[in-house]
Design a protein around this ligand. Structure first.
Ligand SMILES: NC(=O)c1ccc[n+]([C@@H]2O[C@H](COP(=O)([O-])OP(=O)(O)OC[C@H]3O[C@@H](n4cnc5c(N)ncnc54)[C@H](O)[C@@H]3O)[C@@H](O)[C@H]2O)c1
Length: 450
């Protein structure tokens, strides 16, 4: 097993988080620190707990993913990042109220050692926040240069070999891709001329990619999903992935909708409502930020159900997504779905799903997996959009030649087949399972695939 073209993960991996004092970021950090010390298990993480099947099922080869592909180890991660509040991560984790003090106290020193660097912030893009710990600059270009400088300084100060930057910052207002986002040259001019269409998230993305650092976008903002920034990623040979971590309600949606389609059950309506009371909920209470999230959440059903192919089943369904800020719930979101479906002879049925989840508990393992896979992608010399990581996103980025895949299990198959492919293993199509009957063999299958 092995692939000589993938660089081994030597030395430390620097992880810089935008929004490092937020609920997702601090829950992720506290988790990694607790796991390192043996206080917790990495539940929810495919890279840490998942296996991958190799060859025929009967061969019973199911190595752990982390043993199969050369991933950085948790002990090799070094953390830093930016926020618009001057806090250490222990204070922030306490304020986020996701984890209990009894869990945080055990790793207090590790969390206190991480303090945010001042962020780049413009209130116009996140109306419900007031930044107090922010960089000052002569232009957006200058601010971006300051971020590049932070990345270089961090790399040198911590002696890290490689880096990843991940956006766990607040959701910025909805912004359609327009003029300055269309070409790299225009974008660079736009930064110098302080274009009003360049939000802070794009400056972080530009800075990271310019430094040759993979960039992951966990929120639904455009950020790297523009032709201009993709041009930069291609030019610099840097992998990027996004957008919007697929955690609660959309995770469920992308499992239920494929089931309805697989059984040719029709859909009349899908009403999704959420109540949550964390800072993310407060930010999303602003119509501009909500619109960005809404677009991200709405896109999945059309993508999965393909109304153009099945007009009688899915040509006319009503889809509504609501997010309501409700402070008493904190990070413990309630995602409620009412689904009106129909079956044989048009008879109506209903599905009700009430997911009492914890937003950051679901997001933290995704942050870990994405960091490790983005680093793997770079060591495997893959660059541009990493659509094999669609598994983790509500609005998966994709190249102009491909379409977004939303079905969770197709996404997982793609991810695992990508891992098999980069390690030079046979892909799994599940036809191999017919081998014992003698109807199809591996050799025949290989020939057929060629
Ligand atoms: N938790 C989930 O399940 C989930 C799922 C999908 C996406 N997301 C997205 O992840 C992001 C983080 O969620 P959260 O619950 O941690 O929110 P949060 O409000 O707790 O954290 C966001 C952090 O980003 C900081 N920030 C905002 N703008 C910044 C900037 N320009 N530079 C640096 N820091 C900045 C804020 O001060 C805050 O500390 C949100 O955009 C959210 O929509 C979360």
């Amino acid at each position: 097993m092995g692939n000589a073209t993938i660089e081994r993960p030597q030395g430390k991996l620097g992880v810089m988080i935008v929004g490092i004092n937020g609920a997702v970021a601090t829950t992720f950090l506290a988790g990694v620190m607790s796991i390192r010390k043996g206080f917790a298990k990495p539940f929810g993480s495919l890279t840490q707990m998942g296996t991958i099947r190799l060859g025929h099922r009967k061969e019973e080869k199911f190595p752990m993913i982390k043993d199969f592909v050369p991933l950085a180890g948790l002990d090799d991660l070094v953390f830093g990042g930016w926020d618009i509040r001057d806090e250490n991560c222990y204070e922030s984790a306490l304020n986020a109220k996701v984890l209990e003090e009894r869990d945080l106290i055990k790793i207090r020193g590790d969390l206190e050692a991480i303090r945010s660097m001042p962020g780049v912030f413009e209130r116009k893009f996140v109306k419900r926040l007031n930044g107090t710990w922010i960089k000052k600059g002569t232009s957006k270009f200058d601010l971006m240069e300051q971020l590049r400088d932070d990345i270089r300084t961090f790399k040198e100060a911590h002696g890290v070999e490689r880096m990843v930057v991940i956006w766990c910052g607040s959701t910025e207002i909805f912004l359609p891709a327009n003029g300055v986002h269309k070409k790299l040259e225009l974008f660079e001019e736009g930064m110098k001329n302080n274009s009003p269409n360049i939000p802070p998230s794009m400056l972080y993305a530009y800075a990271a990619i310019s430094e040759g650092v993979p960039f992951i976008n966990g929120a639904p903002n455009l950020t790297v999903d523009t032709p201009a920034i993709m041009e930069l990623a291609e030019k610099k040979h840097v992998p990027v992935a996004g957008k919007d971590f697929k955690t609660g309600q959309t995770l469920i949606k992308t499992v239920i909708a494929p089931m309805l389609k697989a059984r040719m059950l029709g859909l009349n309506g899908w009403f999704s409502s959420n109540i949550l009371g964390n800072r993310d909920g407060e930010v999303l209470d602003d119509p501009g930020s909500f619109k960005t999230k809404e677009e991200s959440k709405l896109s999945v059903l059309e993508g999965i159900l393909q109304p153009e192919l099945y007009p009688e089943l899915y040509g006319n369904f009503y889809h509504k997504v609501r997010i309501n800020y409700y402070p008493p719930r904190g990070d413990n979101k309630e995602g409620w779905d009412n689904i009106d479906i129909f079956g044989w002879m048009g008879y109506q049925m209903q599905l009700k799903i009430d997911f009492l989840c914890r937003d950051s508990i679901l997001a933290a393992p995704i942050v870990l997996d994405l960091i490790l896979f983005a680093d793997l992608a770079q060591r495997s010399r893959m660059y541009g959009v990493q659509d094999w990581l669609s598994f983790y996103f509500k609005s998966p980025m994709h190249t102009p030649e491909t379409v977004a895949e939303h079905d969770l299990f197709i996404q997982m198959m793609r991810l695992k087949n990508k891992l098999r492919q980069i390690m030079g293993e046979e892909l799994i199509t599940h036809l191999e399972d017919e081998m014992p009957s003698g109807r199809i063999t591996h050799r025949k299958l290989r020939k057929a695939v060629k």
